[in-house]
Design a protein around this ligand. Structure first.
Ligand code: FAD
Ligand code: FES
Length: 321
């Protein structure tokens, strides 16, 4: 079995154990969230030894060259000496405002203290300190000057709770990333697009829709936002106005709990979409939010005709213990 040197200690890896799990088992407070190679919060640096290619999937080339890797999906074949990611892997940022979009949804705006290139719809890993980092999708456009995130408050959530009760304008944080392929690529301006998000899964879609419109997308854009209850449709009025101002944009709100649906459609959002669009041949699809719904809709959109290369999805994986 391979061993990990971290600081002045050696940690033996058990069968099929990741570097992250070995460190956590030994009581090292290694930062992590998804444990699935998605959020980037567990990034470490290899000082000596060979890092398996899989542990560097999705990282920037410059980071790969410096030995950065994701500890949660790193299963080395031979001994590895590792160190914490250096501060220069993170971009310093300051929270400029925090306001409530709904009872349990916060809008967080951040200004970066160094150049930070991103596309609307990608996600960043928000780093509170060396112990806590979580991923959030970007709702803003680069030219807006600030990064906007929509954060759902999770009961007992460490990051969302801290943002709701302790953080405020002026609080310093840092950012890792951006990551993800879920963004608008200009070039096929007449292609119809369907975007489906539940809860704060709307955040990246809000950015992508505005990016597509700004880029002169001419094809139909169908935006679906699903919530459990009517008050979860936290940008309803704004999106209704945006759709009224753009002939090719249609916004559909859907709620699961029928009694308070109001002007939204009630019922499961996947059934609603497939009833209205049984044939999606030639479309481009974007899916964000609840991992189970993203997974099942990805299959359904594919079966309805969208090529898998035209389906972009970000599942909001919760933190794993
Ligand atoms: C690629 C990516 C993009 C994301 N984008 C967003 C975004 O734009 N907006 C957003 O609000 N979130 C987003 N998330 C989720 C986010 O990263 C955090 O997982 C979430 O904010 C909870 O963090 P926390 O520290 O507040 O709660 P934690 O302290 O991590 O969780 C507390 C407890 O609640 C459980 N839990 C966590 N999340 C959920 C959930 N959704 N449902 C039920 N139980 C849960 C945990 O397993 C844990 O037991 C994204 C995740 C990923 C991987
Ligand atoms: S990428 Fe490793 S914990 Fe998320």
């Amino acid at each position: 079995m391979a061993a990990i040197r971290y600081g002045d200690r050696l940690y033996e890896l058990r069968e099929s154990e990741s570097v992250l799990d070995a460190l956590l088992r030994a009581g090292v407070p290694a930062r992590h969230s998804c444990k699935a190679g998605s959020c980037g919060s567990c990034m470490m640096r290899a000082v000596d030894g060979a890092v398996p290619a899989k542990a560097q999937t999705g990282l920037k080339d410059s980071w790969k060259a410096r030995g950065y890797f994701l500890a949660c999906v790193c299963h080395p074949d031979s001994d590895l000496e590792v160190a914490a990611a250096e501060d220069d892997a993170e971009v310093p940022a300051t929270i400029t405002s925090l306001d409530r979009l709904a009872d349990d949804v916060l809008r967080v705006r951040l200004r970066c203290g160094a150049p930070f290139e991103f596309r609307a719809g990608q996600y960043v890993t928000l780093v509170r300190d060396c112990q806590l980092a979580r991923s959030y999708s970007i709702a803003s456009l680069p030219e807006e000057g600030e990064i906007e995130l929509h954060v759902r408050r999770i009961p007992n959530g460490r990051m969302s709770g801290w943002l709701s009760t302790e953080a405020g304008a002026g609080t310093p944080v840092s950012l890792l990333g951006p990551s993800g392929e879920c963004f608008y690529v200009p070039g096929r301006e007449d292609q119809p697009m369907i975007l489906v998000g539940t809860g704060t899964g709307l955040a990246p879609l809000y950015g992508i829709v505005r990016d597509a419109l700004r880029n002169g997308h001419r094809g139909p854009i169908q935006l679906f936002h699903g919530a459990v209850r009517r008050d979860g449709l936290y940008l309803h009025d704004h999106l209704t106005r945006l759709a009224a101002a753009h002939a090719n944009l249609e916004y559909t709100a859907s709620v699961l709990e029928a009694p308070d649906a109001g002007d939204a459609v009630s019922g499961p959002i996947d059934q609603l979409i497939l009833r209205r669009f049984p044939n999606l041949d030639g479309w481009r699809g974007f899916l964000c939010g609840d991992p189970a719904l993203v997974g099942s809709l990805r299959k359904k959109l594919f079966l309805a005709g969208i090529a898998s290369r035209d389906i972009y999805a970000d599942a909001f994986l919760p933190s794993a213990t």
